[in-house]
Each structure stands twice: as structure tokens, then as C-alpha cells.
Design a protein around this ligand. Structure first.
Ligand SMILES: Cc1cc2nc3c(=O)[nH]c(=O)nc-3n(C[C@H](O)[C@H](O)[C@H](O)COP(=O)(O)O)c2cc1C
Length: 227
């Protein structure tokens, strides 16, 4: 393997010097006029992100904790969101799947850098029933179903040549029987207890609005936070 850096190259600090953050024109956010519940605001911001051409606005960072209480995180795709929560899919046997089985609490984060926006959601996580999970799986494109059927997510890949073979085998299974369902496919919904909207406003104090609830569905307490 080759790298691009070396012991004589510039330091990270030097590389980052002067790299702008929250640059360009950012949208406004009237927190005082925000809705009483977080979901309509999420929907409004997601719609604005799509209209603004934000790349992969559905890519969210999912944080979980392992059995030792050590946090872990990775990007997953948002499959759906409703008042009931934010839904994503993964392999039940993956590290995150096992972490969620052991500690069904999580946080997700959206960072829409083109708009200087961040959304944080925290709360308990519930796994969907078999019928909903199967429907979600069969809704996917064949390539995505094959990738899922390959399985073994996050296991050590000792022979890299085994991966394309496994993928081709899985794709052949999907093509031969389009009703094939990955038994390890799992769908989780994070039920929000806290949702925070952050709008960057360089030089004038960023705007933060947090919604909090003690139970699913509210009632929601709205609070402005110091940046
Ligand atoms: C843009 C993007 C989207 C991803 N979407 C998913 C996803 O929806 N589900 C998933 O299991 N992994 C997804 N991944 C891969 C995960 O980040 C991660 O590598 C994998 O799930 C293993 O995580 P784990 O070892 O913590 O279980 C995605 C990665 C990226 C960068």
C-alpha cells in the first residue's frame, strides 16, 4: 500500500490553516417561528436540503454504545422518518446491530454543510417486525439486496478476492429468486426524545433550538441553547 503523506510533509495544522468553515451564503432560521414539534421542522429542513442540492442529505451518522459503554459511530442511510422516528436498516449481526440489541439507545446526526446546518436526534431504538422488515428489503434494488445477502458485515476479510465472488453469488440468488430475503436484514427506528436544530450564522452567534420530550410523541419542550 502506498500513501501520499510522509514524515517531511506539512503538518495537519498547516494543511488546515485558512481552510474556511461555514463559508458562503447560508439560509436563515427563525427559531421563534419554529413549529411546536420537531418533525415538521425536520421535514422542512430536509426539503430545503434537497432543493438546495445538498449531497446525500439522507446520510446520517449513527452513534451506539458497545457492551463496555464505549461509543461507536458510522454513517447509515435514512430510510424513512415520521413523527414516530428516524428509520435505518442494517445487518442484525453487525457490530451496530449487536450494540443496539444490548443497549437499544442511539443518536443520529445530519450535517448539511452546504447550508451550515446540523440536526441531532437522541432516543430509544426499536426494531421493526418481520413483515415490515421484509417489505423494506424487497423494496431495494437488486444490487443492494445482493450486497446485504453477502452478509458478514464488519468481519475480517482475509481473502479480498472472496468479496466479488460472494457478491456475484448473491446477485445470482436475487436474480434467480427475486423473493429472496436476507434473514439478517434489520430495520430500526429511533424514537426521538431530543431533537436539536443548529444553524450556523458566522460572526453573529449560531442559532440552536432543542426539542425535548419525556415520552414518545411529546409533549415537546422547545428551548433555545447558547451556541
Ligand atoms: C454514505 C454511506 C451510507 C451507508 N449506509 C449504510 C446503511 O444504510 N446501512 C449499513 O448497515 N451500513 C451503511 N454504511 C456503512 C456503515 O457506515 C458501516 O461501515 C457498516 O454498516 C459497518 O458498521 P458497524 O461495524 O458499526 O456495524 C454506509 C456508509 C456510508 C459512507
Amino acid at each position: 500500500m502506498s500513501g501520499t503523506g510522509g514524515p517531511t510533509g506539512p503538518t495537519v495544522r498547516a494543511l488546515l490553516f485558512g481552510v474556511p468553515m461555514l463559508a458562503g451564503e447560508l439560509p436563515g432560521f427563525d427559531a421563534e417561528a419554529a413549529p411546536e414539534e420537531p418533525f415538521p421542522l425536520f421535514l422542512a429542513w430536509l426539503t430545503e436540503a434537497l432543493v438546495a442540492g445538498v449531497r446525500e442529505p439522507h446520510a446520517m451518522t449513527l452513534a451506539t454504545v458497545d457492551a463496555d459503554g464505549c461509543p461507536d459511530l458510522r454513517v447509515v442511510a435514512l430510510r424513512d422518518a415520521t413523527e414516530a422516528g428516524w428509520t435505518f436498516a442494517t445487518n442484525a449481526d453487525s457490530p451496530k446491530g449487536r450494540q443496539l440489541a444490548g443497549q437499544p439507545q442511539a443518536a443520529v446526526l445530519f450535517h448539511w454543510r452546504e447550508q451550515g446546518r446540523q440536526i441531532r436526534v437522541r432516543g430509544p431504538v426499536v426494531r421493526a417486525d418481520a413483515e415490515t422488515t421484509t417489505r423494506d428489503f424487497l423494496d431495494r434494488l437488486p444490487g443492494s439486496r445482493a450486497a446485504s445477502l453477502v452478509g458478514r458485515q464488519s468481519e475480517v476479510l482475509t481473502d479480498p478476492a472472496a468479496l466479488p465472488r460472494a457478491f456475484e453469488d448473491a446477485l445470482a440468488r436475487v436474480e434467480a429468486d427475486p423473493g429472496t430475503v436476507d434473514p439478517l436484514h434489520a430495520l430500526f427506528t429511533l424514537s426521538p426524545r431530543s431533537v436539536e436544530f443548529w444553524q450556523g450564522v458566522p460572526g453573529r452567534g449560531h442559532i440552536r433550538l432543542r426539542y425535548r420530550a419525556d415520552r414518545a410523541g411529546g409533549p415537546w419542550l422547545r428551548e433555545r441553547l447558547w451556541p
